[in-house]
Design a binder for this molecule. Structure first.
Ligand SMILES: [Zn+2]
Length: 115
């Protein structure tokens, strides 16, 4: 019976070890990049979430012809407040678990406050 060429000879132990060690090197080089890439994605997602909340805030202020500030919110979270007033369809959350608040007319995230 005819067999495939690589079955006749096979790989030597040295060849297998070289391939495994190369895979190890590739893994070590790429895993940290994947980890920071995901945190970068969270930053971007948080920024766009803030934009959505700011849009809802602007709509609220136009419809109610008033500026929303920290004292009007009281104990309520800005996202909760806009959601209850039907200006936000969903209770938006920061992908890194940060809390959104209104500070000086701007939406800030407790985890991404460098924006
Ligand atoms: Zn955030």
């Amino acid at each position: 019976m005819k067999s495939l060429k690589f079955n006749e000879k096979g790989f030597t132990l040295l060849e297998v070890l070289i391939v495994i060690s190369l895979l190890g090197v590739i893994l070590v080089l790429t895993v940290p990049n994947i980890a920071t890439g995901s945190s970068h994605a969270n930053d971007e997602l948080c920024k766009s979430t803030i934009k959505v909340i700011e849009g809802a805030l602007t709509q609220y202020e136009i419809v109610n012809n008033t500026e929303l500030n920290e004292s009007k919110l009281g104990e309520e979270n800005i996202v909760e407040y806009l959601h209850k007033q039907n200006f936000l369809q969903n209770m938006l959350k920061c992908p890194s678990g940060g809390e959104y608040s209104l500070e000086g007319g701007k939406i800030v995230c407790s985890e991404h406050n460098d924006n």
